[in-house]
Ligand binder design. Structure first.
Ligand code: M6R
Length: 618
C-alpha cells in the first residue's frame, strides 16, 4: 500500500480537531468528525459554534457518545463551528481543561493539537494584564492573546496571526470569533492540519478521517502555514511574512480505516514512523517538572528505577544514564520483583522513579503501594495524564508520545529513554559532577536525536526487511550487547519475541562465554548491538568467538565502520550519536525487524496473542 507521507512530514497527532463552515448546520458534522477521531482513545471533548451572534461552547471529560447524550452536542445551532477530542498533555481530563477554550469576553474559541513550550511565560504575561485564565492547559493562552491583540485594534485575522507568531512549540490551531462569524482561522507547526474542500462548505481537521465522510478533496498545510477558511473559499499564507502560498488540492481515495493508519498497513508501523515527531515532543517535556524530579532524585540515599516490560528496559537504560551523566547509582528493577527483592530494605530515604506508559500497570502500582507504606518518595514518568501513576506520584513528568495503539511499545520506549536522558542531564547540572563541556555536548546530542531517527527510518527499513526474510524460519535468536547496549538488546529481544513468537535470548555480551555460547551451532543467528562506543574491540572479539562456532553474524553498527561490516553476514548501518543515547537509535531496527517478522509469519503485529496493551492484573 502506498504510504501517504514521507518520514519527514509524517503527521503526529495527540488530540483531534475538526471545524466546519458552510450552508449546513455545523454541529452534527463536527460530532461525526469527533467520533472518527476517537479511535485514538481520547479523554474529553467539546464543540464551539456561533449562532445568532452568540458563541456557544459545550465540553466535558468523557467519550464523545456520552457527552453527546449529556450535552446534545450535535443539536447545537450554527453554520460554523470547531471541535476537539483531547489526549491530555497539560492538566488532567476535566471540563475546565477540555477544549474549546475561550477568552475573557467569550468572543473567541480555540482548539489546539500539540504542545506549547512557552505557555507558562505567556500565561504570566496575560495574568499580569488581568486576564482570567481558568484551566491548567497550555492552549488557553491562545484565545486570551487573540483577545489582547483585538483590544489593541486588530481584526480577528490579524490578531490570530500575531498570536501564532508568539507561540513556541507544536500546534495545529483553529479559532472562531464572534466578530467574523463566517471565518475559521487555522495555523500549523509540527502537527498536521488539513483543509477539506467541499461544495458550499469547507472544513479543517487534524486527521483526514474526520473529513472523509464529507469530502475527498484535501489541502495539506505545511509547517509555518496559516489559512483563513470561509464557506465559499480559503486562502493559505505564511505566518512569518503573510505571503500567500499555493497548496495543491489532492484527491484522497482512502477508506476511513486506511486513513486512521495514515496509509500504513498497521498501527505499529505508523507508530514506528511517528518517532521523529514523538521524540521532538519528548524534548518538549516541561522543564520545571524535569527540574523537580532531578531535585527529588538528588535527595534520595537509594534510587530505584521501576517498570515492567519495555518500560523496565527504559529503566535499565536510565540507570546507565544516571550513572554516566549524573554520577548517581540507581537500581533498575522489574516491578513485580521489587517487593520480594528490595522490600525489606526501603524507607524514607528511598526514591523510586516509576516508568509506565499507561500509568496503570498493576505490577507497578502494587510495588508503589508497598513503597508508599514505607514512606518512600514516589516519582513518575508516564504517557498518560490522569493515570493512577500521576495520582500516586509526588511529582511526575509526561513523555508526550501521544496514544500508542499497537500493543507493542515502540515510540513510547524511545521517548522514555529521551526523557530519562534529560533528567540525567538536569541531575548532572545540579550535582556538577561532569564538566560543563560534557554537559553541553550531551545536551546538543540530545537535540539531534529526532533527526537521526528520521535518517534511520529513511535508510533502514528495506535492509531490515531483507534481514527478516532470512530469519523468518529461525528456531531461535541470540542478541548481545555491552554497556548501554544491553538495554537495546533486551528491548530488541522483547519486540522480536512478543511479535514473531520466535524464542529469543539477550545477554550482556561479556556474559555469553559464561553460558549462552553453548547454544551456538552452525547458522544460529546472533545479533550484535555494536554502536561505536568504548566496547568496540570487545564486540569484535565476541563476534570472532561466535563466528568461530559457525554462527550467522548480524551486526547493528555504525554506518561508516567498514571493518565491522566486513565481519558480518548482515550489517545494518546506523548514524552516529552519543554512545549513551544509542538505545534510541539502535532500537528502531529491532522494532522494524519484529514488525516484518510478524507480517512475514502472518501474525497481526498490532495485536500479538495473549497480550494486552495495559496489564492491569497482578
Ligand atoms: O504501560 P506500561 O509501560 O507500564 O506497560 C508495561 C508493559 O506491559 C509493556 O511495556 C509491555 O511489555 C509491551 N507489550 C511491550 O511491547
Amino acid at each position: 500500500m502506498k504510504r501517504l507521507y514521507k518520514v519527514a512530514e509524517l503527521p503526529f497527532i495527540m488530540c483531534g480537531i475538526v471545524g466546519y463552515v458552510g450552508a449546513g448546520t455545523a454541529a452534527p458534522i463536527l460530532v461525526r468528525g469527533l467520533k472518527r477521531l476517537e479511535y485514538r482513545g481520547y479523554d474529553s471533548a467539546g464543540v464551539a459554534t456561533i449562532a445568532e451572534n452568540v458563541l456557544l461552547v459545550e465540553k466535558d471529560a468523557g467519550k464523545v457518545d456520552e457527552l453527546n447524550a449529556k450535552l446534545s452536542l450535535d443539536r447545537m445551532p450554527g453554520n460554523i463551528g470547531i471541535a476537539h477530542t483531547r489526549w491530555a498533555t497539560h492538566g488532567a481530563p476535566s471540563k475546565v481543561n477540555a477544549h474549546p477554550h475561550t477568552d475573557c469576553t467569550r468572543t473567541v474559541a480555540v482548539v489546539h493539537n500539540g504542545v506549547l513550550e512557552n505557555f507558562l511565560q505567556l500565561r504570566k504575561e496575560l495574568i499580569d494584564l488581568n486576564h482570567n485564565i481558568v484551566s491548567k492547559t497550555d492552549t488557553e493562552v491562545v484565545p486570551h492573546l487573540i483577545e489582547d491583540f483585538m483590544k489593541r485594534g486588530m481584526g480577528f485575522e490579524e490578531a490570530f496571526v500575531n498570536t501564532v507568531r508568539r507561540l513556541e512549540g507544536s500546534y495545529a490551531l483553529a479559532a472562531i470569533c464572534l466578530r467574523e462569524p463566517d471565518l475559521i482561522m487555522v495555523a500549523r507547526k509540527e502537527a498536521p492540519l488539513i483543509i477539506g474542500v467541499g461544495d458550499g462548505f469547507n472544513m479543517i481537521a487534524s486527521d483526514m478521517t474526520a473529513l472523509i465522510e464529507m469530502t475527498n478533496q484535501m489541502v495539506f498545510l505545511h509547517d509555518g502555514d496559516a489559512a483563513a477558511v470561509r464557506a465559499n473559499g480559503y486562502k493559505v499564507f505564511r505566518v512569518a511574512d503573510g505571503q500567500i502560498v499555493e497548496r495543491p488540492v489532492k484527491t484522497v481515495a482512502l477508506t476511513v480505516e486506511m486513513a486512521e493508519k495514515q496509509g500504513h498497513p498497521h498501527f505499529m508501523l505508523k507508530e514506528i514512523f511517528e518517532q521523529p515527531n514523538s521524540l521532538r515532543d519528548a524534548l518538549r517535556t516541561q522543564r520545571e517538572y524535569v527540574d523537580l524530579l532531578a531535585e527529588l532524585l538528588d535527595k534520595g540515599r537509594v534510587v530505584f528505577l521501576l517498570g515492567a516490560g519495555t518500560s523496565y528496559n527504559a529503566c535499565l537504560a536510565g540507570s546507565y544514564l544516571f550513572s554516566a551523566v549524573a554520577r548517581i547509582p540507581s537500581y533498575p528493577v522489574i516491578a513485580s520483583e521489587f517487593v520480594a527483592n528490595y522490600g525489606g530494605a526501603v524507607g524514607a530515604d528511598t526514591v523510586i522513579l516509576a516508568v509506565s506508559q499507561s500509568g496503570e500497570t498493576a505490577d507497578v502500582l502494587n510495588a508503589l503501594d508497598f513503597a508508599r507504606m514505607r514512606a518512600c518518595t514516589i516519582l513518575g514518568l508516564t504517557n498518560t495524564v490522569g493515570s493512577t501513576l500521576t495520582r500516586v506520584s509526588r511529582a511526575y513528568v509526561l513523555q508526550n508520545s501521544g496514544p500508542e495503539i499497537g500493543v507493542a511499545a515502540t515510540k513510547t520506549f524511545t521517548s522514555q529513554v529521551l526523557v530519562l536522558a534529560q533528567i540525567a542531564l538536569r541531575l548532572s547540572r545540579l550535582r556538577g559532577k561532569i564538566s560543563q563541556f560534557e554537559m553541553d555536548e550531551f545536551g546538543h546530542e540530545l537535540s539531534k536525536i529526532p533527526k537521526l531517527v528520521e535518517e534511520v527510518l529513511l535508510t533502514a527499513p528495506a535492509k531490515v526487511k531483507e534481514l527478516a526474510e532470512t530469519l523468518v524460519n529461525s528456531p531461535f535468536l541470540l542478541i548481545l550487547g555491552r554497556g548501554m547496549s544491553v538495554s537495546t538488546a533486551y528491548e530488541g529481544r522483547l519486540k522480536v519475541m512478543e511479535l514473531s513468537y520466535i524464542p529469543c535470548i539477550a545477554y550482556p555480551s561479556g556474559e555469553s562465554k559464561h553460558g549462552p555460547i553453548s547454544v551456538i551451532e552452525e547458522k544460529i543467528p546472533v545479533i550484535f548491538v555494536a554502536p561505536p562506543d568504548e566496547f568496540r574491540k570487545q564486540n569484535i572479539s565476541s563476534i570472532m568467538e561466535m563466528k568461530a562456532r559457525g554462527a550467522k553474524i548480524i551486526v547493528f553498527g555504525d554506518k561508516e565502520d567498514e571493518e565491522l561490516r566486513s565481519l558480518a553476514d548482515h550489517y545494518i548501518g546506523l548514524p552516529k550519536t552519543h554512545p549513551l543515547l544509542s538505545p534510541i537509535i539502535y532500537t528502531v531496527p529491532f522494532q522494524l525487524l519484529a514488525y516484518y517478522l510478524a507480517v512475514l509469519k502472518g501474525y497481526d503485529p498490532d495485536k500479538p496473542r495473549n497480550l494486552a496493551k495495559s496489564v492491569t492484573v497482578l
